[in-house]
Design a protein around this ligand. Structure first.
Ligand code: NAD
Ligand code: ZN
Length: 360
């Protein structure tokens, strides 16, 4: 057996207010005045001086405010890369992503595509990237996805929704400042937080589980229970802990895999544009049969925080629409193999998936 040799985030800062160190951290990475820093910032922070006044721009550094209504597309990455190449004399000194999973994934993908020829859709998959990325920094402002620590950037392309998974994808630097998450709206806090919770359940109940994944997964799972089911934490403690749960959840799936909820939620997202966090919640709510304990606790968390999930998403879909979702879900073979085992095709039939989707 050939054990995987994974790269990790090379440097990480943790702590409330650590965002103030951004300039000091990246300045030594500036190659010359013609090689700018490009900041991708979640557009929820546009006009928010509390955050943006701490981004020090020099020379021709540039901020792109990123809308987050839709998840990143390969065509969007290609356009951004082209714009940057045309606008600046040199490749950037660094790409900095400040936001949720969407913005962090855009920062990762742009940093990869600035040094790799062609279109980003051609790199969706595993280990197709040939050249190291531009120096890239991830700064989460909402916790849960684990995108800050993972070796993937999830993109929707013309043919599929699939990550660019590579050794060059992880950030060179991450700044974990839980204070940045203080204004996340409650519903979104829950959806993105549940992404982390689902990562843990899928990893801990998967056939790929090993001591590496288990140790991170159990810690993140405990933290999620504390944050979402108990009343003992202050707001600040809960923010700090959720940021670390996200990190540990991401580390857990690095050496295992996600499972049924992610496979099916990719289908919803591809056809209906349902976003990752809420999509996972919608699917996970109906997965008692695969994750009985995990789903029971999820329903408790949902009730405790008065979260109402959309119902009847698939009520009026045609057969060909169901087939699109089923094709996307079934194409994620490693996820099914992790969830069910090598013989997953025997039980995960098209009819079975249709039956499950019809409930959502
Ligand atoms: P998101 O990036 O869409 O952010 C959710 C919402 O929260 C947005 O509306 C955003 O504007 C808002 N927001 C973020 N920070 C805020 C703050 N501090 N205050 C107020 N509002 C704030 O959602 P997400 O759940 O973080 O990420 C989902 C994306 O991440 C999807 O595109 C998914 O594919 C991707 N993802 C990637 C990985 C990976 O390993 N690369 C893993 C899981 C998910
Ligand atoms: Zn996820």
């Amino acid at each position: 057996m050939n054990h995987k040799n994974f790269p990790m985030v090379s440097r990480v800062v943790f702590g409330r207010g650590s965002f103030n160190q951004l300039d000091e951290i990246i300045s030594p990475k500036r190659r010359n005045p013609d090689a700018p820093f490009i900041f991708f910032v979640d557009d929820v922070f546009k006009g928010n001086a509390w955050l943006t006044s701490r981004i020090a721009l020099s020379y021709n550094d540039k901020i792109y405010y990123v809308p987050t209504l839709e998840e990143p597309k390969t065509s969007q990455i290609d356009t951004l890369v082209e714009e940057i190449i045309l606008e600046f004399k040199e490749l950037p000194s660094g790409i900095i992503g400040i936001g949720g999973g969407i913005v962090m994934d855009i920062a990762k993908a742009v940093s990869l595509m600035l040094t790799n020829e062609g279109e980003s859709k051609d790199y969706q998959g595993w280990d197709l990237i040939k050249n190291p990325a531009i120096y890239h920094v991830g700064i989460p402002t909402i916790s849960g996805t684990g995108a800050e620590v993972s070796r993937t950037t999830i993109l929707t392309g013309p043919d599929r929704k699939l990550g660019i998974n590579s050794d060059y994808t992880p950030f060179d630097q991450v700044i974990l400042d839980p204070e940045l998450t203080k204004d996340v709206p409650k519903d979104q806090w829950f959806y993105t937080g549940m992404d982390c919770y689902v990562h843990c359940v899928e990893s801990l109940n998967g056939t790929f589980l090993n001591a590496f994944s288990q140790s991170y997964g159990e810690k993140a799972f405990e933290l999620c229970k504390e944050i979402f089911l108990e009343d003992s934490l202050s707001k600040k403690e809960a923010q700090d802990k959720l940021m670390m749960a996200s990190w540990h959840g991401g580390m857990s799936i690095a050496y295992s895999q996600v499972g049924v909820a992610h496979a099916m939620s990719y289908g919803l997202s591809y056809l209906l544009g349902t976003k990752h966090g809420i999509g996972n919640c919608i699917v996970f709510d109906h997965l008692e049969e695969f994750y009985p304990e995990g789903v029971k606790l999820f329903k408790k968390m949902k009730a405790k925080h008065n979260i109402e999930l959309p119902q009847g998403l698939c009520a009026n879909l045609s057969d060909s629409e169901f087939n699109i979702m089923i094709d996307v879900a079934l194409s994620l073979e490693p996820l099914w193999e992790n969830a069910i085992g090598k013989d997953w095709r025997k039980t995960i039939t098209r009819d079975k998936l249709k039956y499950l989707y019809q409930k959502m």
